[in-house]
Design a protein around this ligand. Structure first.
Ligand SMILES: NC(=O)c1ccc[n+]([C@@H]2O[C@H](COP(=O)([O-])OP(=O)(O)OC[C@H]3O[C@@H](n4cnc5c(N)ncnc54)[C@H](O)[C@@H]3O)[C@@H](O)[C@H]2O)c1
Length: 334
């Protein structure tokens, strides 16, 4: 393995591969590559591998690589690796444009490479624990709020943070997006720092997503309703619970109101609260293990290039909707 781009996030890939190597998981971190020689050297000495300056130096030395360079360079770096027969995990968002994403898809097919996209929340144990609970999700309320930090400021909050939830919601709903309405504002940077979107799917499902990188608190929650059920995921705490109305004949609004007044009156007859068992694991570790497995067995990865393209397409549509709203509301002229 190699990691290309060992800045603030890529160094985590190197750490996890190094840990897996130490644990005898059949993987070896051969090298890290970074155009910043000091950065490459620092990470290489920490994890005992070679420090290289260009991807070409990897050819013939590794079977697979993580690509964690800035999004603008995903296409050129991943294309060079794939052409040299190297399987790749490309960080999210897959690319800057849909044309680049399409090019990556053609190159992966032409070179028969295993390519995974780094939507790591799919590997969050709480998200994985939720999949068996999904029946007919109809309404999502999602919040991803972060305290400001001067990283990833080359992209807006939609491509930086909201894209995690876009991918998770798309994987749960499995229906084409019909309509997008959005609002977003630059607050402390030149790009959109806070955004809210209402997405409606062909299935009738509606998802409300809010993402902020200028919050005073850190919140990462996804909640959804489906007939007779409410499911709540806390990405950060890695937990999920489900509230279900089970026996309509015994369930009464009176009991529910009594619970609202005195929450200690649990259990409510006819209502069950279930907490699926979730084994805590660092999502990045689960993601990289899954990638290695796909590489070894030449299998389709859990998060495919097509998934990455779909999330990017929706994120770009949200940005267009934000743009339209900005013009309509004459925000720049305020
Ligand atoms: N999955 C997640 O949760 C998550 C979190 C943060 C960042 N990311 C993604 O990871 C990627 C990197 O983000 P970051 O915050 O670590 O950026 P960063 O700027 O901190 O690091 C990028 C590194 O890549 C190097 N680099 C740039 N061009 C290069 C090239 N052509 N060849 C080799 N090295 C090159 C830079 O010198 C730098 O060290 C982005 O795509 C970002 O969206 C994903």
């Amino acid at each position: 393995m190699a990691v290309v781009g060992v800045g603030s996030f890529g160094r985590n890939h190197a750490r996890v591969y190094h840990d897996l190597q130490k644990q005898g998981a059949g993987v070896e971190l051969v090298a890290v590559v970074d155009s910043d020689a000091g950065q490459a050297q620092a990470v290489a000495s920490q994890f005992g591998c070679s420090a290289l300056a260009t991807v070409e130096e990897l050819f013939g030395r590794v079977e697979a690589a993580s690509v964690a360079v800035p999004t603008l360079h995903h296409r050129s770096v991943a294309a060079a690796l794939m052409a040299a027969g190297i399987d790749v995990l490309i960080e999210k968002p897959l690319a800057s444009t849909l044309a680049e994403a399409d090019e990556l898809i053609s190159l992966a097919n032409a070179n028969q490479r295993v390519v995974q996209v780094g939507h790591l929340e799919r590997f969050n144990p709480a998200v994985r624990g939720t999949i068996p609970l999904i029946t007919q999700p109809m309404f999502f309320e999602v919040h991803r709020l972060s305290v400001f930090s001067p990283r990833s400021l080359d992209v807006d909050v939609v491509l930086d943070l909201m894209i995690h939830d876009i991918d998770v919601v798309l994987s749960f709903v499995k229906s084409p997006v019909k309509e997008i309405r959005a609002v977003g504002l630059p607050v402390v940077t030149e790009k959109v720092d806070i955004a809210n979107v209402r997405m409606e799917f062909e299935s009738g499902c509606v998802a409300n997503l809010t993402a902020s990188r200028i919050s005073t608190e850190r919140v990462r929650k996804l909640r959804f309703f489906q007939p007779k059920e409410y499911v709540s995921i806390d990405y950060g705490r890695q937990d999920v619970f489900q509230i279900r109305v089970t026996q309509e004949e015994k369930f009464s609004l009176h009991n529910l109101m009594a619970f609202a007044e005195t929450p200690s009156t649990l259990p409510i007859p006819g209502v069950t609260l279930t907490k699926p068992k979730v084994e805590s694991e660092e999502p990045l570790r689960a993601e990289l293990k899954s990638f290695l497995n796909a590489v070894r067995h030449r299998e389709k990865p859990v998060v495919t290039l097509e998934d990455g393209r779909r999330a990017l397409a929706v994120a770009l549509s949200i940005l267009s909707a934000i743009d339209e709203h900005t013009k309509r509301a004459r925000i720049h002229s305020l």
